[in-house]
Design a protein around this ligand. Structure first.
Ligand code: GTP
Ligand code: ZN
Length: 297
């Protein structure tokens, strides 16, 4: 019997699919079918009482893709909002923040920055100053502290409502603490699915979709990230990650300008005139030089 559902966990070739009636089934891919990921809407064949076989992936709205330093790939499909969690302390990496933004914009996902730990007031202003570049790009910023869970919920739940959102954060920014406020049932689950490192500290290793049924929201928790590989992107996708370049693109002399060293480049001119932040162009250059997509040339 065929049914439709949504993939809520993925581990190798093992998946959990939530069916429309609200029950979940341990599922595996039919034949050699690959590329199934959390967030996918699928057709399954039911097998026995609690298993299913995924036979089809329905058309995706988008796919968020990154690779990490271990070359393992993390995907999530049909994501409306990417929440990037940074904190007042410890310092967040602007390189990773910038890469996550490129990942979101290149996949047509709306990014929102969450600044956590605003209770740590002595470093608050410094963190805000570091975020100014991103606010100037028009990115929404939500300021929270998990020590004030009511206020956190008041700010985030209305944004989560009726959407699928993905929570991403470098280690120690407080991503798990935020998830546990929003989805109390996640606590037990993260412990169950996490691995203890040598330090005895538990960390998220799998991507999981949690439901908030009262507000028709889905929240995807993804493993913390130490790197954000974007090698798979093509030139136009990388450029989509730098919306501040857009007004200058039609001023380039060459139609296939890569905005790196070309003469008569509108982006480089704007950079020289400080209309584009130097660290943003430097990030653009780093990402582009890593890209292996042959279509780039
Ligand atoms: N002062 C303060 N500390 C916080 C806040 N949120 C989280 N923390 C602390 O920050 C540390 C990291 O929080 P976690 O939620 O474990 O961070 P994480 O981002 O999930 O980190 P990983 O598990 O390594 O991925 C913990 O010691 C938390 O108690 C906050 O709003 N204010
Ligand atoms: Zn150019």
């Amino acid at each position: 019997m065929m049914q439709s559902g949504r993939v809520i966990t993925a581990f190798g070739r093992h998946f959990t699919v939530k069916l429309q009636d609200g029950t979940t089934r341990h599922s595996y891919a039919k034949g050699k079918k690959t590329g199934i990921c959390v967030g996918d809407y699928v057709h399954v064949e039911l097998i026995g009482q609690d298993e299913a076989r995924i036979v089809d992936i329905l058309e995706r709205k988008n796919l968020l893709y990154r690779s990490d330093e271990m070359r393992s790939k993390q995907f999530a499909a049909n994501v409306d909002i990417l929440f990037i969690v940074v904190a007042v302390e410890p310092n967040f990496s602007e390189d990773l923040l910038g890469r996550a933004l490129v990942g979101a914009w290149s996949a047509q996902i709306k990014p929102i920055i969450i600044l956590n730990k605003i209770d740590l007031s002595s470093n608050y202003q410094a963190a805000k100053d570091r975020l100014k570049t991103y606010l100037d790009l028009g990115i929404e910023l939500i300021e929270v502290s998990t020590l004030n869970p009511l206020d956190l919920k008041e700010k985030l739940l209305p944004i989560l409502q009726d959407h699928t959102s993905l929570l991403l954060g470098q280690s120690a920014m407080g991503k798990s603490s935020i998830l546990n406020v929003l989805v109390p049932a996640a606590q037990a689950h993260t412990q169950e699915y996490s691995v203890a490192l040598g330090t005895g500290k538990h960390t998220t290793t799998t991507t999981t979709l949690y439901e908030l049924p009262e507000i028709n929201a889905n929240l995807i928790d993804s493993p913390g990230f130490q790197s954000f590989g974007l090698k798979h992107l093509q030139l136009n996708e990388v450029i989509a990650g730098f919306p501040e370049f857009t007004p200058y693109l039609d001023q380039c002399r060459f139609y296939n300008c890569q905005h790196l060293h070309e003469p008569g480049c509108g982006v480089l001119k704007a950079l020289a005139e400080h209309k584009i932040a130097a660290e943003r162009h430097a990030l653009y250059e780093r990402i582009l030089l890593e890209c292996t997509a042959p279509e780039r040339y």
